[in-house]
Design a protein. Structure first.
Lengths: 245, 850
């Protein structure tokens, strides 16, 4: 029997949403449609003994830092774009591991405070893809620019190369806001001379076949398209990272 | 023809001769039917009002909604399906989040708002309540007018008549909205409401490519086609990411509560029929017994068994019918008097559609039909004894002996009565499921009562040799032939079963509402508070609220692997198959929240964890297969944490004070992982103070978002208050009339005492002795009937709560224990009180009359 708590003013979902700072659309926070499927019982993996928690200190890393678009909201973790990017790297023969450091609902303010922690280890490249939630919530543009600039500075101080991925804000807040929002990324890339991907969701945003029902988050196909798009910008940067091919 | 005339004439003569006894029967039927008609009318009227509320929540009958621009295909499908629908009204609305700026260039203030664009036909149901004197009309929006929520004025420092900018277009604030129809209750507001003309919305540019907007088509159609229309549209629009629902769809909790209330009310309508039926049955039984001598005389004079049966069935039918008609009169009087307060209170509390206090036609028809049906059905079984009444009865009192072997006619009529009752149950409950549940409960309790009646007679057998005379005779009279033991056990046991059941169900329903209606339920939420902002936010909240609410740390986590007893996987596919594939919001704390209870394992103490530990919500165990002792591996912010399940929690999700978390971590599990905070609180009740607090917070910490749930909470409160009132009043009336009916049933048994009391008196018993005997006898019966009814009610409410109403079940000790006590008291005092005139009567008068 369904629990009453699952319905209705969906407190559980609302709480999950609010708590998760995820996005403006309540519907997007619905648990994945897979809930309720049969339990899988396979042979017990001995993973707990085999695999050490945390990161190997000498492993070169690419940190995909971002919000739900990076975390892969509504997707399996191996469908999110960082996992797909890993496949590109593996195929091309690079020995770099991509870490998915996306947190759904995160704004640039949250990202700035989390960055140090995410950059632990031998991080060679930071893919900085934040700002979407600032745009969805209509947060002040100056603050977003300041946060992003500081994050670039933190990475630079550690000699980590930065790939800045631009975002667009929806037209809800008027053209003045939308234009200013877009210019933030262009200017930051120019001023700080970092590698730049003008729009993370290029060719994916607004295409129903590549997005989930909420119209914001890419589906598995969309995420693969994002990864391919990021790969084009990332590959030229790899020669200088020192990672063996 | 002549036979028919004879039957009617005889029936009439008999009624005339035993007028006083008949009058009692008559009143019993009337009270039963009055209860049915009054309650059903009231219930139907309340349901009409509830439906009106549900319609107001949607502002239409059917809503077709999408978060994307309408595709041509979706439009084509919708237009195609609606082409044949007549009458049809249709309008479109668009909801979007946007930013409002003060038009005055000197000001830089902005505010994120919830913008809605409507057309002239909106709303189909419900009314706007505005601050100004003028009632809402679409003219207010024409020519770039806007209606705004009061918070917007407070936060931007504006007044009615000022101008605001949406996109690049200037709007004039024409009035302030207090309440509006068509506000989805599931949606929390991310800003104050702004209402504009849908056509003007296009000019603002906020609906451009990739805009976040919800588009809705509202329909008003005739009631019978709503459900089929929703069904075909859902089917056709599956591929279009479009949601279709009617106002009856129970998608939000409040709508489900409305639905539950409807079910509860119809259940009471049904219970009252059964109670009325019980009253009629026990009265009929005595009535028939008293007429057996007349039957014998008729048989001496040559009447056949069939003809005698016809005479009495006609009598009962006539009495049932006229009793029912009187019942309608009583119902009209009662309804005109009693629920005036309900209608008035509900209306003032809610600005609601007033609840009508008219009798509804269908309730009257049902009442009369049920009165007639039940009295004839219940009368049939005892009347069949008439067939065995021999002329010999005139000479020997105990000559009514059913012939040996199975009496097929009797068995068939019992079967008929049973089937008839189930049919009535299903009809009255308007649900096969509920009807069957209650019928099964009814049958179970009846069987239990029958067994207990037998057991009791056996159990008290030793008392028949008790040295105390009163006790000895009280015990003896329980097992005497023609005694009332079984009748009272059955009537009162069943009666208390239903009354206690109704009462307990009411307690359960209202208890569920109460948790949602808590006075301290939070109505303001803060999200995205950063660690270095926590102190500053707390300070602002303390200044604004007097006391800062706790900030709850939250992190996002995904389950990547489980090594457990029932569940084991190590891949994202495995997680999805196990239903654990989504991102979870997790927290850590050292103690349980108010709405939590550990149901398995042991919750950690204050000492930080040596190794990571988690407490899981019970659904993760019951539905997903996690167990105590399992190890769950999480991906938190790109790092892995393996934690052991050390306890299972039950979370009251209705209680929103501290939220709820599926996974709760022991402090120390995350090390130095960065996280953000959220906070739940009750904002200031005063609108200005509230707006000021929100403005201060956002001005200082722009990344912190304030979500205001006050409007939603107020709507929910208003509706639940109203529903609570309806349930209490209807439940109270049911209790009262049920009690009256049972009093009648018990009082009827006095007719059997008249002769007995006369004999005892002749033999020297005084009135005190007789009273004591009666108190003991009825008291024991009352306790027994109450206990069995109470146990039955526990089972009934459990089944109804879990299976039908889908709410949490709490055994209400007070209601049940009180029920037993009250039943015993009522049976004892009514039994004695109704026999008082028997005690006073001179024995000789009775003996001569007999």
């Amino acid at each position: 029997m369904e629990r009453a708590g699952e319905h209705g003013i969906p407190w559980r979902r609302v709480v999950a949403c609010i708590a998760g700072l995820c996005c403006l659309l309540v519907s997007a926070c619905a648990p994945a449609a897979t809930d309720g499927e049969d339990h899988a019982v396979s042979a017990a993996p001995a993973f707990l003994a085999d695999r050490a928690a945390g990161r190997a200190p000498d492993e070169p890393l690419i940190v995909a830092f971002g919000d739900s678009l990076t975390a892969g909201l509504g997707l399996l973790s191996d469908e999110a774009y960082p996992a797909r990017l890993q496949e590109h790297l593996d195929r091309a023969g690079y020995r770099l591991r991509v870490v998915n450091a996306g947190v759904s609902g995160e704004t640039t303010a949250g990202g700035l405070r989390r960055l140090e922690w995410a950059l632990e280890g031998d991080v060679r490249i930071l893919i900085l893809a934040l700002g979407g939630n600032d745009g969805l919530r209509g947060l002040p543009i100056d603050q977003m620019r300041e946060n992003l600039a500081q994050m670039i500075a933190v990475a630079r101080a550690r000699a980590i190369r930065v790939l800045l991925a631009g975002m667009e804000s929806p037209p809800n807040f008027g053209t003045a806001y939308t234009d200013a929002f877009r210019r933030v990324f262009e200017r930051l890339a120019a001023e700080h001379d970092v590698d730049f991907l003008p729009f993370l969701l290029e060719g994916v945003a607004g295409v129903p076949a590549l997005n989930q029902e909420d119209g914001i988050h890419p589906n598995a196909r969309g995420a693969a398209r994002v990864a391919a798009h990021v790969w084009l910008a990332l590959e030229p940067m790899l020669g200088e990272t020192g990672a063996a091919r | 023809m002549a036979a028919m005339r004879f039957i009617i004439r005889m029936a009439y003569r008999e009624l005339r001769s035993s007028w006083r006894r008949v009058a009692f029967f008559f009143v019993c039927v009337a009270v039963g039917v009055a209860a049915i008609v009054a309650l059903r009318s009231l219930i139907q009227n309340v349901r009409v009002a509830l439906a009106a509320e549900a319609r107001t929540l949607l502002a239409g009958d059917v809503s077709i909604r999408t978060d994307r621009p309408w595709s041509d295909e979706a439009r084509r499908i919708i237009d195609g399906r609606l082409a044949g629908v007549d009458p049809l009204r249709r309008t479109e609305i668009v909801d979007t989040t946007t930013m409002v700026r003060v038009a005055d260039p000197a000001s830089v203030r902005t505010k994120v708002v919830e913008l809605r664009g409507v057309r002239a036909a909106f709303p189909f149901y419900g009314r706007f309540r505005l601050a100004g004197d003028e009632a809402y009309s679409f003219d207010l929006l024409r020519g770039r007018g806007a209606l705004v929520a009061p918070e917007l004025l407070a936060q931007l420092g504006l007044e009615v008549g000022d101008e605001i900018l949406i996109g690049d277009v200037t709007f004039t604030i024409r009035d302030v909205i207090f309440t509006e129809p068509g506000r989805r209750l599931g949606a929390f507001s991310f800003g104050p409401r702004v209402l504009v003309d849908r056509a003007a919305l296009d000019e603002t540019g906020v609906l451009g490519f990739a805009s976040r907007a919800t588009r809705q088509i509202l329909l008003q159609v005739e009631a019978p086609i709503i459900d089929p229309l929703v069904a075909v549209l859902r089917e056709d629009l599956q591929e279009e990411m479009v949601r279709v629902r009617s106002y009856r769809g129970h998608e939000s909790r409040i709508e489900r509560n409305l639905g539950r209330t409807e079910n509860y009310l119809s259940l009471i309508g049904f219970v009252i029929v059964i109670l009325g039926g019980i009253g009629v049955w026990s009265v009929t039984r005595v009535f028939v017994q008293q007429h057996l001598r007349n039957v014998a005389i008729l048989k001496c004079l040559g009447a056949t068994g069939g003809r005698v049966l016809a005479i009495y069935v006609t009598q009962i039918a006539l009495l049932g019918l006229s009793g029912s008609l009187l019942g309608i009169g009583i119902a009209r009087a009662a309804l005109a008097a009693v629920p005036e307060s309900l209608a008035a209170q509900a209306a003032t509390a809610a600005g609601l559609t007033t609840v009508s206090t008219e009798l509804t036609g269908s309730a009257m028809v049902q009442g009369v039909a049920v009165g007639l049906l039940v009295s004839v059905l219940f009368a049939l079984v005892p009347l069949l004894e008439v067939r065995h009444a021999k002329p010999l009865l005139l000479l020997r009192r105990d000559a009514v002996r059913p012939p040996a072997g199975i009496d097929w006619a009797r068995a068939a009529s019992i079967g008929l009565v049973g089937a008839g009752l189930v049919a009535v149950a299903v009809w009255q409950a308007a649900s096969v499921e509920v009807g069957l549940y209650v019928s099964a409960g009814f049958a179970g309790v009846a069987a239990a009562l029958h067994l207990i009646g037998r057991g009791l007679v056996r159990a008290v057998a030793p008392l028949e040799r008790a040295p105390w005379f009163a006790l000895r005779h009280a015990a003896l009279s329980l097992s005497r032939p023609g005694n009332q033991t079984r009748v009272i056990l059955l009537a009162v046991g069943l009666g208390s079963f239903f009354i206690i059941g109704v009462r307990a169900m009411q307690t359960n329903l209202l208890g569920n509402f109460d948790r949602e209606l808590r006075d301290d339920a939070p109505d303001m939420f803060l999200i995205d508070i950063q660690q270095d902002q926590a102190d500053g936010v707390s300070a602002i909240l303390e200044a604004g609220l007097g006391e800062a609410p706790p900030l709850i740390p939250v992190l996002r986590a995904r389950v990547t692997a489980v090594d457990g007893r029932r569940l084991s996987f190590d891949s994202p596919r495995g997680a999805r198959r196990a239903g654990l594939g989504r991102e979870y919001t997790v927290t850590y704390r050292a103690s349980l929240a108010e709405n939590e209870r550990v149901i398995a394992g042991r919750f950690w103490d204050d000492v930080p964890a040596v190794e990571p530990e988690i407490s899981i919500e019970e659904d993760l165990r019951d539905e997903r297969g996690l167990e105590l002792g399992d190890t769950v591996r999480f991906d938190v912010l790109g790092r892995e944490i393996a934690a052991r399940v050390t306890s299972v929690r039950e979370v009251q999700w209705d209680d929103t004070r501290s939220g709820g978390f599926m996974f709760l971590f022991r402090p120390g599990s995350f090390g130095a992982a960065p996280h953000t905070y959220i906070a739940f609180m009750q904002g200031p009740a005063d609108g200005d103070a509230r707006a000021r607090l929100q403005r201060d917070l956002v001005a200082r910490y722009p990344n912190v978002s304030v979500i205001d749930g006050l409007t939603v909470l107020q709507t929910v409160r208003r509706l639940l208050d109203y529903v609570t009132l309806a349930i209490s009043v209807v439940g109270g009336i049911a209790l009262l009339s049920g009690g009256l009916i049972l009093v009648g049933a018990v009082a009827m048994t006095k007719f059997q005492r008249i002769h007995e009391a006369a004999v005892f008196k002749t033999l020297g018993a005084n009135a005190r002795m007789l009273t004591l005997m009666l108190v003991l006898e009825y008291g024991v019966l009352g306790i027994l009937a109450g206990s069995v009814g109470s146990i039955g009610a526990l089972i009934l409410t459990w089944a109804l709560a879990r299976q039908v109403f889908e709410i949490a079940w709490f055994p209400s000790v007070f209601t049940n224990a009180g029920g037993v006590l009250v039943t015993a008291l009522v049976v004892g005092s009514v039994g004695v009180a109704s026999s008082l005139d028997v005690l006073r009567r001179r024995p000789l008068a009775t003996l001569r009359a007999e």
